[in-house]
Design a protein. Structure first.
Length: 181
């Protein structure tokens, strides 16, 4: 077990978890602000899952973690390495049946706390499309603060790409001050 919250258990994915990832990434609403299409099974098997397992091997304290509630698999949460070894990127992807239950905020808050208290990180970041208001709300509720809008070039942009991407973040000092108010 990597981390446990009041309602969620986060643990490592294994090679046997292909079906969970295929099912999650096959919902067009789940993928709406990511690729707007299902991730093909062969891509999950040959690219997505191997990339997840590679991070575990290279940075055992970080990665993409399978999230389960009392009923079973609900999605994943991640703490990903960045170019700065003192900064991690937090993210999540949840099944539609898990939406609206507070899981995204609960898991994200727990990972931010873990990054600062257990991993000694100095900064936690998160990003999404500017038009992804539900994820932006989760970022704010989790204690992350809006930093900027930026634009990336995509060969096949999704609707809304023209409004840019947004970066939210919190540093350790700010999180410490807010955690102890």
């Amino acid at each position: 077990m990597y981390l446990e919250t009041q309602r969620l258990r986060l643990g490592r994915f294994t090679r046997g978890d292909v079906e969970l990832l295929v099912d999650l990434d096959s919902d067009p609403e789940v993928m709406r602000f990511l690729t707007a299409q299902a991730t093909p099974r062969d891509e999950v098997e040959s690219v997505v899952l191997p990339a997840i397992l590679k991070v575990y091997a290279e940075r055992p304290e970080l990665g993409t973690f399978k999230a389960e509630d009392a009923e079973g698999f609900v999605g994943w949460f991640g703490l990903q390495p960045t170019a700065d070894p003192r900064t991690v990127n937090v993210g999540y992807r949840l099944k539609r049946t898990a939406w609206g239950k507070g899981y995204a905020t609960e898991g994200t808050r727990a990972l931010i706390a873990h990054a600062f208290t257990e991993l000694g990180m100095e900064r936690v970041e998160a990003d999404t499309m500017a038009v992804n208001h539900r994820s932006r709300d989760v970022m704010r509720r989790s204690g992350l603060r809006f930093e900027k809008v930026y634009h990336e070039h995509f060969d096949d942009p999704l609707p809304g790409t023209e409004f840019g991407e947004v970066l939210y973040a919190v540093d350790r000092a700010t999180w410490d001050a807010e955690a102890h108010e």
